[in-house]
Design a protein around this ligand. Structure first.
Ligand SMILES: Cc1cc2nc3c(=O)[nH]c(=O)nc-3n(C[C@H](O)[C@H](O)[C@H](O)COP(=O)(O)OP(=O)(O)OC[C@H]3O[C@@H](n4cnc5c(N)ncnc54)[C@H](O)[C@@H]3O)c2cc1C
Length: 342
C-alpha cells in the first residue's frame, strides 16, 4: 500500500460540480484533492460536449462545455487543487470521527476528513448500436462523441439517432461536412422540437439528407468505413457512402464502485439532505448529478449551489474548534487575499 496522501477533503469526480466545490472549500481554507477516472478534467462538459454551447450558467449568457471547464480551472487556481486522473476510487472506509481512508485502482491511498462525491452518473459509456463488426471502426471512423468539430471538416458524415445529441450534431456539423445524412428508424424524434425544425429546414434547403431506416452492416477496410448498408422499414436495403459514422444511442451510466461504499442509495443515486447535501454518513457529501432530493434538477447551476452549502458544513468537520464567519468576496479582504486579488 502506498503512503497515504493526507488532505482535508477528497473530491471524487472532476466534473463541473467537483471543480466548483474546490472554490467554495478553498474560500473556507480547506484543501482538496480530486480523483477522476477520465484522462481529462471537466466531466460531461469536457468529455461529451466540449464544443456545445451552454446557455443557463448564471451570469454567463453563453459558454461551451470546454469553456466552462477552462473558466472553472481559472477560478480555482488560487487554491491549488491536486488532480489524480485516470484513477477510479474503489474503496472507502471510515477510520475516525470523521476520518476516511480511500483507495484507488492505481493503489493510491488518501486519508481525508471529508469526502465529496461528485461522481455524476458514474463512468459514462456510449451505447454501442447492434451493428456486427462495428468495434473494428471505433475511434478511426466510428465516433460516439465529437471532441473536435474540425476533424469532421470535408467528410461524408452519417449520424444515427433521434435524440438531442443526434440532432444537435446534425445542426453543428452540417456546415463543415461535405455531405451529411441523418438516419433514424422513425419520423418521430426525442430531441427538442426547435432542433427538429432546424434540421427539417436544412433538409428542405438540400443541405442535409434525412433517411428512415437502420444500419445493418458496415463495409470498409483498416478501420475506415466506406459505406453503410441501411435497412429500410419495409425490409429493403440501400447503401450510404460515408467516411464517418456517429451513432448517438444514448449513454449507459455505469455507476461503478459507488454502490459498494455502504452509503444509502436510491435508484443508483445518493439521497442527501438539502441543508448541506450530506449523505447518511456524516462527513460524506454528495453533490451534482449523483445526488437526489425532492425537486432535484440535474443542472450544473444546482450542483454549484450544492457545493456552496456543502462547504459550510464540511468546515465544521475540518475545523471543529473554529467558528465560521459568513463573508462576501466583494467586501472581505481576507477572502480576496486567498483569491490573490489584493
Ligand atoms: C449533451 C449534454 C448537454 C448538457 N447541457 C447542459 C446545459 O445546457 N446546462 C446544464 O446545466 N447542464 C447540462 N448538461 C448536464 C450537465 O453536464 C451535468 O449536470 C453536469 O455535468 C453534472 O456535473 P457533475 O460534476 O455532477 O458530474 P459529471 O460531469 O458527470 O462528472 C462526474 C465525474 O466523476 C467521475 N467519476 C465517476 N465515478 C468515479 C469514481 N469511482 N472514481 C473517480 N472518478 C469518478 C467521472 O469520470 C466524471 O468525470 C448536459 C449534459 C449533456 C450530456
Amino acid at each position: 500500500m502506498n503512503e497515504p496522501i493526507k488532505t482535508d477533503v477528497l473530491i471524487i469526480g472532476a466534473g463541473p460540480c467537483g471543480l466548483f466545490a474546490v472554490f467554495e472549500l478553498g474560500l473556507l481554507d480547506m484543501k482538496a484533492h480530486l480523483v477522476d477516472i477520465l484522462d481529462k478534467i471537466g466531466g460531461q462538459c469536457a468529455e461529451l460536449y466540449p464544443e456545445k454551447p451552454i446557455y443557463d450558467i448564471p451570469g454567463i449568457p453563453f459558454v461551451t462545455g470546454q469553456g466552462l471547464r477552462d473558466a472553472l480551472m481559472m477560478q480555482i487556481k488560487p487554491f491549488g487543487p491536486a488532480f489524480h486522473l485516470q484513477e477510479m476510487v474503489e474503496t472507502l472506509e471510515k477510520i475516525g470521527d470523521p476520518l476516511f481512508r480511500v483507495t484507488t485502482d492505481r493503489g493510491n491511498v488518501f486519508e481525508t476528513k471529508v469526502i465529496v462525491i461528485a461522481a455524476g452518473g458514474g463512468s459514462f459509456q456510449p451505447k454501442r448500436p447492434p451493428i456486427p463488426g462495428i468495434e473494428a471502426y471505433e475511434s478511426t471512423s466510428v465516433f460516439y462523441s465529437v471532441r473536435q468539430m474540425e476533424a469532421f471538416r470535408g467528410r461524408r458524415i452519417l449520424i444515427v439517432g433521434g435524440g438531442d445529441s443526434a440532432l444537435d450534431w446534425t445542426l453543428n456539423l452540417a456546415p463543415l461536412a461535405s455531405h451529411l445524412t441523418l438516419l433514424h428508424r422513425r419520423s418521430e424524434f426525442r430531441a427538442a422540437p426547435d432542433s427538429v425544425n432546424k434540421m427539417m429546414a436544412l433538409v428542405g434547403e438540400g443541405k442535409v439528407d434525412f433517411v428512415l431506416g437502420q444500419v445493418s452492416e458496415l463495409q470498409g477496410a483498416d478501420g475506415q468505413i466506406a459505406k453503410a448498408i441501411v435497412k429500410r422499414n419495409d425490409g429493403s436495403n440501400f447503401e450510404i457512402a460515408c467516411d464517418a459514422l456517429l451513432p448517438f444511442f444514448g449513454l449507459t451510466m455505469k455507476l461503478g464502485p459507488v454502490a459498494d461504499w455502504g452509503i444509502k442509495m436510491e435508484d443508483d443515486l445518493i439521497p442527501v439532505d438539502t441543508a448541506a447535501f450530506e449523505t447518511n454518513i456524516p462527513g460524506i457529501f454528495a453533490i451534482g448529478d449523483i445526488n437526489t432530493y425532492p425537486g432535484k434538477l440535474k443542472l450544473i447551476l444546482c450542483g454549484f449551489h450544492e457545493g456552496a452549502l456543502m462547504a459550510q458544513k464540511a468546515y465544521h468537520y475540518v475545523y471543529p474548534d473554529k467558528r465560521l464567519v459568513f463573508q462576501y468576496t466583494t467586501s472581505s479582504t481576507s477572502l480576496q487575499k486567498k483569491l490573490g486579488v489584493t
